[in-house]
Write a protein that binds this ligand. Structure first.
Ligand SMILES: [Fe+2]
Length: 254
């Protein structure tokens, strides 16, 4: 009999269950969860039953071994309403799919940054800062290409699996939306926060790629991160200047 521990895909076999594409069960020891996109239903494992916790009390999956897989019956207060099959997802498969997800998110992030840089370039008067932003825009285009190529190397196309762009979008929103009287300081602040976010994303991507044995993606993440770090240092070297420009824009002579 196979153990229940691990990660499983759920396939609908019959009954009143919804389509199960993308539905997974994660089981570890005496507990687990059925996960469908943002919905997570936690359960306790009791023998061969998965007993759902509140707010799904009364819902129980009853399992039976079927070779390497498991067959399951979904029951509500003891009444069967659907049948499904659990197929094991290997760690390697899951690692690859997580890697692709991180690459895709990095690509989405760079595409957002390109829009942000356009906005910053158009709201910056200082010629030297404008030039730095333009140079970083060229770097950012290359970074997006790098991620696009890594995605293609995995046979994936952009946006298949996007979930985690929320942070990037929230950050960009403050940059793109606001009609501002004072730009230099805010551009610098938002730019610096964005670089920090990109550095963090590439640190994670590099490590996940290494664990997945994808050295080319790890190297791409390192290259892009080095550029983001250089950009962050350029901003750091100019805080006095940004403060001065901010005050000038606000009409305060210093
Ligand atoms: Fe970037």
């Amino acid at each position: 009999m196979s153990t229940l521990d691990g990660l499983w895909t759920v396939e609908r076999v019959g009954g009143a269950l919804p389509p199960m594409a993308g539905v997974r069960k994660r089981i570890r020891g005496a507990a687990g969860a059925t996960v469908a996109g943002p919905v997570r239903m936690a359960f306790d494992v009791r023998g061969m039953e998965l007993r759902y916790r509140a707010p799904f009390v009364g819902l129980v999956d009853v399992l039976e071994p079927a070779g390497e897989d498991w067959e399951g019956r979904s029951t509500l207060f003891g009444r069967e309403f659907g049948r499904f099959r659990l197929r094991r997802i290997s760690v390697t498969q899951e690692l690859q799919s997580q890697l692709v997800k991180h690459i895709d998110e990095a690509l989405a992030m760079e595409q957002n940054v390109l829009r942000m840089l356009d906005s910053m370039i158009s709201t910056t008067d200082d010629p030297e800062i404008k030039q730095q932003l333009r140079e970083h825009k060229l770097e950012t285009e290359k970074q997006a290409d790098r991620m696009q190529r890594r995605l293609e190397a995995h046979g994936a196309s952009p946006s298949m699996v996007r979930e985690g762009v929320g942070i990037a979008q929230a950050l960009m929103k403050s940059v793109l939306d606001v009609a501002r009287t004072e730009k230099a300081g805010r551009n610098a602040r938002d730019g610096y926060a964005t670089e920090a976010m990109e550095i963090a994303a590439y640190q994670l991507l590099e490590r996940i790629a290494e664990r997945a044995g994808d050295e080319a993606t790890a190297e791409a993440a390192r290259e892009s991160r080095a550029e983001e770090e250089a950009m962050a240092r350029r901003i750091e070297a100019n805080w006095d200047r940004f403060a001065e420009l901010s005050l000038q824009e606000a009409g305060v002579a210093v």
